[in-house]
Write a protein that binds this ligand. Structure first.
Ligand SMILES: N[C@@H](CCC(=O)N[C@@H](CS)C(=O)NCC(=O)O)C(=O)O
Length: 205
C-alpha cells in the first residue's frame, strides 16, 4: 500500500513531504487543510486524536507528530543516508529533533504568529519581539555548531538537518545579519532538489 500523507504542504505536513521526497518514496498526498472540519470528525480523530495535520498511514502504521513521522521515515527507508548508521549519530539526530521541537519551534512560532499568521488585531508586538529575540539566540547556537561543519552531524545531510531546518523554515528572517553560517546551512538544506519539490507543492491546489 502506498504511503499516505495527510495535510496541505503549507502546514507542518511539509516535513513528511520533504522526507518522502528525500527518500524517493512514492506517496499519496491527501491535501487536508488545517482548518478543514474533517480534522475534528471521528474518522480523522481515529488517526490523530489531536485533530491536527500531519498524519501518515504507512501500510497500516498510522502516525502523527511531524518530527516523529520524518524520523520514522528516515529510520525505515533511509538507513545509512538520511538516517545515520552509528548509534552515537542516531542519538545526536534525536537530540536535534527534540531541540527543534522544544527549544526552537516555540519562540519561532510566537514571532511568526504575532507578525504574520494571526489576524492583525490579535498580534502583540511585545510577544513578536520576545519570540524573535529568543529564536535568534537559538540560531546563534546553530551558528556556533556550524562553524566547523557543513551539516549538523558532520559532512552529510541527515534527518537532523531536515528536522531543524524545516522547523526553522524562516531562519534567514530570524537571523538577519547575525548568523551567516547558519543562513548558508539553511540554504544548503532548502536548495536540495527534494526540498524544492516538496515546497513547490505549496503552490499547487
Ligand atoms: N506538534 C504537531 C503540531 C501539529 C499542528 O499544530 N498542526 C497544525 C497545522 S501546521 C494544525 O493541524 N492545526 C489545526 C488546528 O489547530 O485545529 C506536529 O508537529 O505534527
Amino acid at each position: 500500500m502506498t504511503l499516505k500523507i495527510y495535510g496541505i504542504a503549507a502546514s507542518r505536513a511539509i516535513r513528511p513531504l520533504w522526507a518522502a521526497e528525500e527518500l524517493g518514496l512514492p506517496y499519496e498526498h491527501i491535501k487536508l487543510h488545517y482548518h478543514a472540519p474533517e480534522l475534528k470528525q471521528p474518522a480523522y480523530l481515529s488517526m490523530n486524536p489531536n485533530g491536527l495535520v500531519p498524519v501518515i498511514d504507512d501500510n497500516g502504521l498510522v502516525l502523527y507528530e511531524s518530527l516523529a513521522i520524518t524520523s520514522y521515515l528516515a529510520q525505515r527507508y533511509g538507513q545509512g543516508g538520511l538516517w545515520p548508521t552509528e548509534v552515537e549519530q542516531q542519538a545526536r539526530a534525536l537530540q536535534w529533533t527534540l531541540w527543534a521541537a522544544t527549544e526552537a519551534e516555540p519562540p519561532a512560532r510566537q514571532w511568526f504568529q504575532h507578525t504574520q499568521f494571526l489576524p492583525e488585531p490579535q498580534r502583540q508586538s511585545a510577544l513578536a519581539e520576545a519570540g524573535l529575540a529568543k529564536a535568534r539566540e537559538k540560531v546563534l547556537l546553530l551558528e556556533q555548531v556550524l562553524s566547523d561543519r557543513p551539516f549538523l552531524l558532520g559532512n552529510e545531510f541527515t534527518i537532523a538537518d531536515l528536522n531543524v531546518s524545516a522547523v526553522l523554515q524562516r531562519l534567514p528572517a530570524i537571523a538577519g545579519d547575525s548568523a551567516p553560517k547558519a543562513v548558508q546551512w539553511h540554504q544548503r538544506c532548502f536548495t536540495r532538489p527534494a526540498a524544492q519539490r516538496a515546497f513547490a507543492l505549496r503552490d499547487k491546489a
